[in-house]
Design a protein around this ligand. Structure first.
Ligand SMILES: [Zn+2]
Length: 308
């Protein structure tokens, strides 16, 4: 069985103002890089409203609908915008993650990558934030727990920014282990090591600016991987942001493309040990188009290797 790639053209209809880093070209570059790879290509469905409501109140959805512009943009906060196609894109992004969970848990694919936007890991319970409208990784985790009846799901996040939204949405759920490394200090400012969740179910790994792949590897090897192994998740969800890359304009970590391959391979190795290799990965950040495309490709190539 092949790695599944879930995406939808609607994810290109979420448009941001000129000069905004989270732009349509990001996904176009990722999809172009993945073209030669041998994948099961799946059209992402729209998420059901219930999928969204597992992690967000109805008022959040209503606010996004009420403010969706008929043309141009609506500005939610300093850097989060919607355009006429944004809700369709967000429902496809969430739908891709839910469908990927269904496929991997249903034995239709060994693992999956969701090439989607808008990203999700900054969206908090009742607010869009940081380019994100819905908490894609967290709602996928809740779907696996509540709909499929799993007992333990891990969400791991190697985006350079703290996954504050995922942390918020899964903060009090003992069935979900959230592990996130991030540059600190950096926006959004959260993600200190003493933020550990209601049940000790959150592990934050702050990384200093101007550190690189060696520091990242030892931090994940020493802290994240033992924790993940002892939690024994039945599914691993990856928030795959590629903005820790040395060429990324938004941050100052110095990871190489090979570092993204390494962390992916290590996570797949643990998935093999504890949950039959079941991994669902979803695109978060990454703002240098060339680095993003190369890193996403390296990431998916490791998923493919793990699937065979
Ligand atoms: Zn990011």
């Amino acid at each position: 069985m092949k790695t599944a790639l879930l995406t939808h053209a609607d994810c290109l209809s979420h448009v941001t103002p000129t000069g905004h880093p989270e732009r349509v070209a990001r996904l176009e570059h990722v999809l172009h890089a993945l073209e030669p790879l041998d994948l099961t290509r799946v059209t992402a469905p729209l998420a059901a409203e219930d999928d969204i409501l597992r992690v967000h109140p109805k008022s959040h959805l209503e606010e996004l609908r009420r403010t969706l512009p008929a043309d141009g943009y609506y500005q939610i906060d300093g850097d989060t915008f919607t355009s006429p196609g944004s809700l369709d894109a967000a429902f496809r992004a969430a739908g891709a993650c839910v469908k990927a969970v269904d496929m991997v848990l249903g034995g239709e694919a060994p693992n999956a990558f969701c090439a989607i936007r808008p990203p999700g890991h900054h969206a908090e319970t009742d607010t869009a934030m940081g380019f994100c409208l819905f908490g894609n990784a967290a709602l996928a985790a809740k779907h696996a727990l509540d709909h499929h009846g799993l007992s333990r799901v891990a969400v791991v996040d190697f985006d350079v920014h703290h996954g504050n939204g995922t942390q918020d949405l899964l903060w009090d759920d003992a069935r979900a282990l959230t592990i996130t490394s991030q540059q600190m200090p950096l926006w959004p400012g959260t993600g200190r090591a003493d933020e550990t969740g209601v049940h000790g179910n959150v592990l934050n790994i702050p990384l200093g600016p101007d550190t690189g792949g060696a520091e990242m590897r030892s931090a994940w090897r020493d802290q994240a991987f033992p924790r993940l192994r002892s939690f024994r998740p039945e599914l691993i969800i990856i928030s795959a942001g590629f903005d820790a890359h040395q060429d990324d304009p938004l941050a100052q970590l110095n990871w190489s493309t090979e570092d993204f391959a390494w962390i992916t391979a290590e996570l797949c190795k643990i998935a093999d040990e504890v949950c039959d290799g079941r991994v669902v990965s979803t695109l978060e950040g990454g703002y240098d188009l060339t680095a993003l495309a190369a890193s996403a490709k390296a990431h998916v190539e490791e998923l493919i290797k793990a699937a065979t």
